[in-house]
Ligand binder design. Structure first.
Ligand code: UDX
Ligand code: UDX
Length: 458
């Protein structure tokens, strides 16, 4: 039996620990966070994040072997634990060297120093936050300078869960990656973490590597996934100039088993807390290592993403007679993807900001993400109506823009919506989730991504 502590009860720490607690009733799991509101929410019926299936897992383990606590007694918590997962956020640095690109490691380092200050018995420290390659080594060095002779083993165990399917991804992962030092105690630490996951993950899916391979694999996996989206989005621009259809092209290439069908959905752009941050980080590392060509190659994945967002807005302006000033537009979706309340780096909010520049009159509609959107938009939120009901949001609007792929947006009564809108009525489907032909027949002018528009005028 082990005592497992997780520092950081966010989108990663919370769900991961809940699943570990569910499958390992023999271990005690505590999750701590400096944010007292967040901890209160984890202990209530209104969890701080929306994630399908999360509530069931939390309800099963909470109070049994899963506990959410504030970090006021962090020293005591650290001493209690044998295994410490560090899952604090590592945003892009906003100041000094590497600003706008490198990862801000202050929370990670602060946590490592707290561990160093309080620990009196050996610990395995697990790096769950995404970090630049070789951070674990630096942490190892900080930790092992302690004069009390306490043994610390740093292990990298990157998280591959995607929001919206976090519980499924944790329950049945493609793989679990564990990187450690090639020393006797490093190997023992890796084996301890392998044993932990082996409680529910088949052993052949648990990959062990050296520390740096594990750290780099996380950045590279996200860079490859984002690269596929930028690749298909680049081709969507070409499809719009020709008569090709991006969904037909994506299907045709995706059936090649070497390419595969996943992550080929053209969209208004990718968002989320990881893709942009991790690619910026990769670019920065490559530059630091004297590899400008490699850095530039990956930077282009982000450039195409920004281009896709800008292109979407430019298309709206151009289509709606070159002026959006004062026109009411309903934005369907604020979350960066469906099935999450998270709006970090959401393309929906990027579109929102650009449309405000055009002086459009905006209603923003989302089933779960409006609170986060309000916070992320800051002062701009005063200029926007936040409306839960899509029918109300669309009333009197000149256009609807679909920005998040929530399936319920495709199940609405669009005849009713059309009847309540200003005419001509436009739909810009930034996620290609609607039945375009049917909507065209109702009377809408339709502008999908990577397809010929369906319009009632030449
Ligand atoms: C974070 C990182 O963003 C990601 O790079 C990494 O892969 C996993 O951890 P996420 O869980 O989505 O992902 O972040 P967030 O939801 O912001 O949660 C981090 C939590 O850590 C916050 O609740 C924050 O209050 C807490 N925290 C941060 C602490 O408890 N102590 C600190 O010193 C810093
Ligand atoms: C990603 C990785 O998938 C996950 O393994 C890692 O741990 C964290 O980063 P996440 O950002 O939660 O997960 O969601 P993901 O499903 O990867 O979607 C990212 C963005 O890409 C979303 O905005 C989504 O809408 C967009 N996307 C995804 C597309 O535009 N097209 C696609 O085909 C797939």
């Amino acid at each position: 039996m082990s005592n497992i502590l997780c520092i950081g009860a966010g989108y990663v720490g919370g769900p991961t620990m809940a699943v570990i607690a569910k499958h390992c009733p023999q271990h005690m799991v505590r999750v701590i966070d400096m944010n007292t509101d967040r901890i209160a929410a984890w202990n209530s019926n209104q969890l701080p994040i929306y994630e399908p299936g999360l509530e069931e897992v939390v309800n099963l383990a909470r109070g049994r072997n899963l506990f959410f606590l504030t970090d006021e007694n962090i020293g005591e918590q650290i001493n209690w634990a044998d295994i410490i997962f560090v899952s604090v956020n590592t945003p892009t640095k906003s100041f000094g060297l590497g600003a706008g690109r490198a990862a801000d490691l202050q929370f990670w380092e602060k946590t490592a120093r707290q561990i160093l200050e309080y620990a009196t018995t050996p610990k395995i420290i697990i790096e769950k936050s995404t970090l630049p390659v070789r951070t674990a080594e630096a942490m190892s060095q900080i930790l092992n300078t302690n004069s009390r002779g306490v043994q610390f083993d740093v292990v990298s165990n990157p998280e591959f869960l995607a929001e919206g399917s976090a519980i499924k991804d944790l329950e049945d992962p493609d793989r679990v990656l564990i990187g450690g030092h090639n020393t006797p105690s490093g190997k023992k630490a890796v084996e301890t973490i392998v044993e932990l996951y082996a409680n529910w993950v088949p052993r052949e899916k648990i990959i062990t590597t050296n520390l740096w391979s594990s750290e780099l694999s996380k950045l590279v996996a996200n860079a490859f996934l984002a690269q596929r989206i930028s690749s298909i989005n680049a081709i969507s621009a070409l499809c719009e100039k020709t008569d090709a259809d991006i969904e037909e092209v994506a299907y045709a290439i995706g059936t090649d088993s070497r390419i595969g069908p996943h992550f080929l959905r053209a969209s208004v752009g990718f968002g989320g807390s990881c893709f942009k941050k991790d690619i910026l980080n990769l670019v920065y590392i490559c530059e630091q290592q004297g590899l400008p060509e490699v850095a530039e190659y990956w930077q282009q994945v982000l450039t195409i993403n920004e281009y896709q967002e800008a292109r979407f807005v430019a298309n709206m302006v151009h289509t709606m007679f070159n002026s959006l000033s004062g026109k009411r537009i309903a934005l369907f979706g604020a979350a960066f993807k469906a099935n999450t309340s998270d709006t970090r780096e959401s393309p929906a909010l990027a579109v929102c900001r650009e449309l405000l520049e055009e002086q459009a009159d905006l209603s923003l509609c989302d089933p779960y993400a409006l609170d986060n959107a309000r916070v992320d938009l800051g002062d701009l939120s005063e200029k926007i109506r936040f409306i839960l009901d899509p029918y109300q949001a669309a009333e009197g609007a000149h256009a609807i823009a679909i920005l998040t792929e929530w399936s319920y947006f495709s199940e609405l009564d669009y005849q009713r919506i059309y009847d309540s809108m200003a005419h001509p009525a436009f739909i810009f489907d930034g996620r290609n989730i609607l039945d375009h032909q049917k909507l065209f027949e109702i009377g809408f002018n339709i502008y999908p991504i990577g397809k010929t528009p369906l319009q009632h005028f030449a």
